[in-house]
Design a protein around this ligand. Structure first.
Ligand code: FAD
Length: 399
């Protein structure tokens, strides 16, 4: 019997568990995850970028959580000796029609309180990154890089140091609420909790439904593949280089990201994954695929954006098409410069009417709260999201 159980040992679950442990040190806390380690899914398969808060609608939860979350994350890394580097970011417009959107991003960044933003002309882009071409760019010095697995490990250590327990290889299968106690059936046995917080990423909708929650929104998995820049060419980019994002989609587009080990990630693209944890093109799960294809929201999305979907699929199978996108920013790249890299799967919440949901979504039930959407930049914002979740539950949590 625990006071609070958190399901999911990704960054959001661990940061939330840590926040509960710090605020209510007397509570008995446990974190359950179906895998054998922390950050096994999105939290350990991402670009590793500490976002500054440039993109998000001013006033939105996402914007506030990102700006405050990035600052807290940096302080946390310093306190815990986790390496990170503020390598900055260029958001580059390569065609005149992208410039108004770039200027809008600049305004957003300023409205969100992102420090140090500068608008650069073509020659200033070259001065900063000689291999990069563009007609205008935003320079964001408050963008960094970190290994989010290291962050997750440190958060888990904090939970353990506060007497919290972590249970791996425990898949939560079902919930039963009786007399103010939630019974949890897991593959590792039966447990009880007075309060449950579910941060299950790619399975957040299934677990919400399993405890009687709404069928909407549904999680649609979008795979993103990366290439790695050939090591001899890694000196081509020293900072993050991002395109101007398409405002219709929550994804930021294929980008260049230096990593702490000196390598450079190129990607990710965004294609429908045929399995929720389908990291390979060939991974396939009937249940996941049928569920996605039969969801009215997915069909509405597909009707609206089938052309974009086909382009993304083409870029997924054709290295040349991927290279073409990258060459918009670094024209001297060649096919041989791209080596196979890692991949990640995004848990994208989709509404019944086909809208890609952009902000965080919480669903509250008696004794349970479900984090139903924690999209990028939730890795950057995890400490702040943990704080916001626990703030909202202040009166519900056992004392
Ligand atoms: C390709 C990609 C690039 C990204 N780049 C960035 C970036 O550069 N910067 C940034 O800030 N954000 C980025 N993000 C977003 C960020 O990684 C995620 O928003 C964040 O990691 C979400 O964390 P989470 O804890 O909610 O989910 P996850 O990390 O997915 O954790 C969910 C956990 O729940 C567990 N779980 C699921 N079902 C069950 C069950 N039934 N029982 C027990 N356990 C269960 C899973 O095993 C998993 O460990 C990126 C994401 C992707 C996919």
């Amino acid at each position: 019997m625990f006071d609070v159980v958190i399901i999911g040992a990704g960054l959001v679950g661990l940061a939330t568990a840590r926040e509960v442990a710090l605020r209510r040190p007397r509570l008995k806390i446990a974190v359950f995850d179906k895998e054998s380690r922390v950050a096994a899914h999105q939290s350990g398969h991402n670009s590793g970028v500490i976002h500054s808060g440039l993109y998000y609608r001013p006033g939105s939860l996402k914007a506030r959580a990102c700006v405050a979350g990035a600052a807290r994350l940096i302080t946390y890394c310093e306190e815990r000796g986790i390496p990170y580097r503020m390598v900055g970011k260029l958001v580059v417009a390569t065609t005149p029609d992208e410039v108004p959107r770039l200027l809008e991003l600049y305004r957003r960044g300023q409205a969100n309180g992102v420090e140090g933003l500068q608008l650069l002309a073509a020659e200033e882009i070259r001065e900063r990154e000689p291999a990069v071409t563009g007609i205008r760019a935003i320079w964001s010095p408050r963008t960094g890089i970190v290994d989010f697995i290291r962050v997750a490990e440190a958060l888990a250590e904090d939970v353990r140091n506060a007497d919290g327990e972590l249970f791996f290889r425990h898949t939560v299968l079902s919930f039963r609420s009786r007399n103010g106690v939630i019974g949890l059936e897991t593959t590792g046995g039966h447990y009880e909790a007075r309060f449950v917080i579910v941060c299950a990423g790619l399975y957040s909708d299934r677990l919400a439904r399993a405890s009687g929650g709404s069928p909407d929104p549904m999680i649609v998995p979008f795979r993103g593949d990366y290439y790695l820049l050939r090591p001899e060419r890694a000196c081509l980019v020293r900072t993050n280089v991002y395109p101007v994002p398409d405002p219709r989609f929550p994804f930021l587009g294929v980008h260049f990201t230096p990593r702490l080990d000196g390598s450079v990630l190129l990607g990710p693209n965004a294609v429908l994954a045929f399995a929720r944890e389908g990291y390979q093109r060939t991974d396939f799960c009937w249940r996941d695929l049928v569920e996605t294809l039969s969801y009215p929201g997915f069909r509405a999305l597909a009707r609206q954006y089938w052309r974009v979907g086909i382009t993304e699929f083409w870029r997924d199978v054709s290295k040349r098409a991927f290279l073409k996108e990258l060459c918009r920013f670094v024209p001297e790249l060649e096919e041989d410069d791209l080596l196979p890299g890692p991949s990640g799967v995004r848990a994208q919440a989709l509404s019944r009417d086909g809208k890609l949901i952009d902000d965080f979504v919480l669903e509250r039930q008696r004794g349970i709260v479900h984090v139903r959407n924690a999209p990028s930049p939730a890795a950057t914002s995890c400490l702040e999201i943990g704080r916001l979740i626990v703030d909202r539950l202040e009166t519900d949590l056992p004392s």
